[in-house]
Design a protein around this ligand. Sequence first.
Ligand code: SF4
Length: 379
Amino acid sequence: MRALYIHVPFCVRKCPYCDFYSLAGRDDLFEAYAEALRREAAWARRELGTLALESVYLGGGTPTVLPVGVIAGVLEACAGLFGFPADAEVTCEANPGTVTRAALAELRAAGVNRLSLGVQSLRDAELQFLGRTHTAAQGRRAVHDARDAGFANVSLDLIYCLPGQTPAQWQATVDEAAGLAPSHVSAYCLQIEDGTPLGEQVERGRVTPMPDDDQAALYAMTGERLRAAGFEQYEISNYALPGAECRHNLVYWRNEPYLGLGAGAWSFVNGERRQNAGDVEAYIAGCRADAPPLAYREKCSGASAANETLMMGLRLREGVDLAALAERYGHDLARERGETLARLIDAGLAVVSAGRLALTPAGMAVAGEITASLAFEEE
Ligand code: SF4
């Protein structure tokens, strides 16, 4: 167990494209939620003992809607229970509209050493379409403030493939983002989710999603522009300067164990996939009553676990160690899916090198279909 995730399901307001569960305008719950996190951490300590943590990740939601003192209190409690080595990667997600230079300096002093800024776009019209609470100028400002506050490791989140977005508009954002000199960039295509205000607009024909071919062209351009700026694509949607890959997210993609704290948080603990109760008030009540707030747990083994490992691992440029996969789950890809594998390699979509299966850039663009075609039959 090397990674700890702390979920903060609060936001300033809901973005119209987002289908994550989070609450806006519930500042009254902040203290109680932090207390619940500390209680859950104490249980986890009793179950799991001290953890050799390499990474801690505060995600959400928008963790920086919490006062920095509240975040610091949770981190301090977790550090006291589990111990964070001096070189642990401690990330906090932040939205530009929710941070000041002074708050960032406090966050840095609280032990956070990596900031993941939800800049999303550097064009105001796009930020308005996305319903974001900040402007492009605030996004740029936040990057400079983070650096002034002592963050050497800053990641920028970007969203593209917006309806009507032109290649020139997206290129301008990518190039400017790279010019802000982050160490890491995550660039995700906008997903139109059912049940969201944006999903309804699409259903009513008021908004037309970007066609797949145009999305593929922007995806290819993203890699080209960021590679030209010195970033390496180490995952389908993630780019880093050498050595600045997100250690925490690598744990997920390698399907390694992690502990998740908070409402709705997932964990992969002792070979089990677990999820906490998602409703914040139910989570707080459960923690107060000393009742573990688990809503779901399932033992992971066999073909379904092998498929998960394959699906996550093929997102990474490093790919999947086929011998380790066979040893861990008893499923041999070359033996069970040899023909499909050969076809993918012939088509230039995948390569096997030094025993690792990885997707080529062309394969990464259709990773979902490839993973489905390679999946082991579930028992
Ligand atoms: S800030 Fe992030 S988590 Fe919150 S509503 Fe917007 S997209 Fe969703």
